[in-house]
Write a protein that binds this ligand. Structure first.
Ligand code: FES
Length: 347
């Protein structure tokens, strides 16, 4: 079994109701090269479970999602933010501009990477991917469950929460394994996966290169259960070519135009716009509509999910399940297109 959750967490101005939490930055500190820890505090904050994340509403309408590492029940959440080298403003704002005392709006915790029941757990964390893993281990320790952590990084200086990991190792040395590239200690994924007992739950979070390599290894072990959370775009299968030989006059029945464009009706205003072959729905709608929510722009975060009222989407995202894609009730407008000459969306 292979479950992939994609998160990262850019958005136009998102609906205010979605970001119902008002959180005050009560602590901010560097905890590794390029990584800051934030403590966000509020009143009567909703509970969270290991694997959960918050979506933060940032200036200029950006939205970013970050795993909750720790917190005080009802009072605070702790996040750790990696400064992305190609940041479009999200992590750079959090690193360079957000200050103690600032107030930030966030969604209540969401969890698409929760711990599933299992007899034994293996965690493979790459870099900042340690953030959802730490509270999972804390939960399993409390429950007396069997777990094993493999924490991968380029150098110790760039690895967050190393002191916490060391404390875990002090308690259970055989349960913690550090793999630091600068120290010549790499993880042999194939060897590790082949040695895992059947029915092990494998949880992994980190860069795409790690996720793709792990996923490839685990396909050879169908008795393992893989749960992944990516920090970046998944490798999406190439879209199936659209059959344009069967166009008829019923726009929402017919295949899209031979030049790859299609018509898009915005149901709330009745406007109809044309989405060109090299444009995304999101780009086109943003030219005529303010306040659209989006984040990754790559089909992996789910922020731009939009209800489909007529027509057939050509799904290119990695958020919806195959079943949801066949239902065609919603689509990710940042990457998905139309199989029919016309789509009507709840916009
Ligand atoms: S903005 Fe992330 S899925 Fe569309």
């Amino acid at each position: 079994m292979n479950t992939t959750i994609t998160k990262d967490a850019t958005s136009d101005i998102a609906p205010a109701t979605k970001f119902s939490l008002q959180l005050t930055v009560t602590d901010k500190a560097a905890i590794a090269d390029g990584i800051v820890k934030l403590q966000l505090t509020g009143d009567d904050l909703p509970p969270w479970e290991p694997g959960a994340h918050l979506e933060l509403a940032l200036p200029d309408g950006l939205v970013r999602a970050y795993s909750i590492v720790a917190g005080t029940t009802g009072r605070s959440y702790e996040l750790a933010i990696l400064l992305e080298p190609n940041s479009r403003g999200g992590s750079r704002y959090l690193h360079e501009q957000l200050s103690i005392g600032d107030v930030i709006n966030a969604t209540p915790p969401k969890n698409a990477f929760a711990l599933a029941p299992a007899t034994r757990y293996v965690f493979i964390a790459g870099g900042i991917g340690i953030t959802p893993i730490l509270p999972m281990i804390a939960r399993l320790k409390n429950e007396g469950k069997s777990w094993q952590l493999y924490y991968l990084g380029r150098s110790r200086a760039r690895m967050a929460y190393l002191a916490d990991i060391q404390a875990l190792a002090d308690e259970a040395a055989s349960s913690v394994s550090l793999h630091i590239k600068d120290e010549g200690c790499r993880l042999e994924l194939a060897t590790l996966v082949s040695a895992l007992a059947d029915d092990t739950a494998v949880y992994s979070c980190g860069p795409n290169s790690l996720m793709d390599a792990l996923s490839a290894e685990i396909t050879r072990r169908p008795a393992l259960h893989l749960y992944m959370e990516r920090f970046g775009r998944a490798e999406l299968p190439a879209a199936a070519p659209v059959d344009v030989t069967d166009c008829d006059d019923e726009a929402t029945q017919a295949t899209c135009n031979p030049d790859g464009s299609f018509e898009l009706e915005l149901s709330k205003s009745g406007e109809t716009i044309t989405v060109g072959k090299d444009e995304t729905i999101l780009e086109c709608v943003r030219k005529v509509r303010q306040g659209l929510s989006f984040s990754c722009s790559d089909g992996y975060c789910g922020t731009c999910e939009t209800a489909v009222l007529a027509g057939t989407p050509e799904h290119r995202d990695s958020v919806l399940s195959e079943e949801e894609k066949q239902e065609n009730r919603t689509m990710m407008i940042c990457v998905s297109r139309s199989k029919t000459r016309k789509l009507v969306l709840d916009l």
